[in-house]
Design a protein around this ligand. Structure first.
Ligand code: HEC
Ligand code: HEC
Ligand code: HEC
Ligand code: HEC
Ligand code: HEC
Length: 211
């Protein structure tokens, strides 16, 4: 090796180091920092515990007693405070010592104000999603699309994507679109993939999901 080539190979190595450092920094920003700042977080107005209302609890309720179907097949969604007042009606005789129950009485039951729940799985208005076709006709468990709510002691933190306004439960936790559980995301392709898997490709025409 002569002196000249030594002189020229040095900057080359430095260049690689700069490139690598830059690449790693970009990856950290892209995969860790960006997803963190992309979502804003909110808590539910009241900390409702599914586990203290389920079949095994004192309240002893099945899912369908709060999340039921009307006679015309439409889904009730989250129950109104009338349902809560079946049991939580008298502030003088609370059912627990939990401060959240006091909040239920003073903020909602007393003034008869509905609780403004945040909906993790909310789709845009242009999407038509009938629960009855999935729960009754196809017999798909709630968990497959929503994750396990039955055993939850507190509702999950609600995270909304600042750019798309979708919740993280729809847009997905992984920016590469990778999912480990069926409930990790619920975009158009996720709906269509299941229809395909279940041999219901006839439901993958635009007008079936967009009215
Ligand atoms: C006492 C009434 C009640 C019962 C019984 C009940 N829920 Fe709920 N459910 C609620 C309320 C209130 C919320 C809103 C707060 C929250 O998200 O935890 C909710 C929210 C949910 C959500 C979130 C939907 C979304 O996208 O935001 C799912 C999923 C759910 N319930 C499933 C179930 C399942 C499964 C069962 C049966 C194991 C069940 N629930 C039993 C009252 C009830
Ligand atoms: C069938 C009766 C019943 C209904 C309907 C019911 N609850 Fe309860 N709730 C209970 C019982 C019983 C407890 C006490 C649970 C315990 O301490 O283990 C409780 C406890 C609570 C608590 C205190 C925290 C906790 O989980 O222990 C909150 C808050 C609460 N309920 C909110 C609600 C809301 C909101 C609704 C309506 C969506 C509702 N409940 C509907 C029976 C009911
Ligand atoms: C095939 C997937 C799937 C299954 C199975 C499913 N859901 Fe949902 N659920 C959704 C989607 C998608 C939405 C959002 C619908 C929308 O925004 O129009 C939703 C919304 C909800 C909501 C909020 C509704 C509202 O607007 O207030 C509740 C509560 C809920 N589901 C409970 C349940 C329960 C309980 C079960 C089981 C009995 C269940 N879901 C089964 C996909 C599913
Ligand atoms: C885990 C599987 C699964 C997922 C996820 C799923 N679907 Fe379905 N869907 C089905 C099956 C199975 C049927 C057929 C039900 C039947 O006719 O027996 C169906 C039927 C439908 C229908 C036709 C209902 C009718 O009246 O015939 C619509 C609309 C629909 N799905 C919309 C959606 C949308 C929108 C999403 C995503 C937000 C979605 N589905 C996610 C399994 C799924
Ligand atoms: C199986 C149900 C399903 C079918 C079939 C389907 N879509 Fe969608 N579509 C969705 C869902 C769910 C969303 C919202 C989530 C998302 O953006 O991926 C959506 C979102 C969209 C959006 C974005 C709307 C917005 O407000 O951001 C457009 C545009 C769209 N769909 C067009 C189409 C067209 C065109 C077809 C036919 C080639 C089609 N869709 C077929 C379920 C479906």
């Amino acid at each position: 090796m002569d002196a000249d080539s030594k002189k020229f190979s040095r900057p080359k190595i430095d260049g690689w180091i700069f490139f690598l450092v830059g690449l790693i920094a970009a990856l950290i920003v892209g995969w860790i920092v960006f997803p963190l700042v992309l979502y804003s977080e909110k808590s539910q107005p009241l900390s409702f515990s599914h586990s203290s209302h389920g079949p095994e609890s004192d309240a002893g309720l099945e899912c369908e007693e709060c999340h039921f179907f009307y006679k015309d097949g439409t889904f009730s969604g989250i129950p109104g405070i009338r349902k809560c007042m079946d049991c939580h009606e008298d502030p003088e005789s609370p059912l627990s010592e939990d401060p959240e129950e006091v909040k239920l009485f003073t903020d909602y039951v007393g003034p008869e104000k509905e609780i403004p729940w945040l909906i993790y799985s909310r789709q845009p208005d242009c999407v038509y999603f009938p629960h009855i076709a999935h729960v009754k006709m196809a017999n798909i468990e709630c968990k497959v699309c929503h994750g396990d709510f039955a055993t939850r002691k507190t509702p999950p933190i609600y995270k909304v994507n600042r750019l798309t306004r979708y919740s993280i439960d729809i847009w997905g936790r992984n920016i590469a679109g990778y999912k480990k559980n069926t409930w990790d995301k619920m975009k158009m392709d996720d709906c269509a993939d299941c229809h395909k898997r279940k041999g219901k490709e006839n439901n993958n025409a635009c007008f079936v999901c967009h009215k």
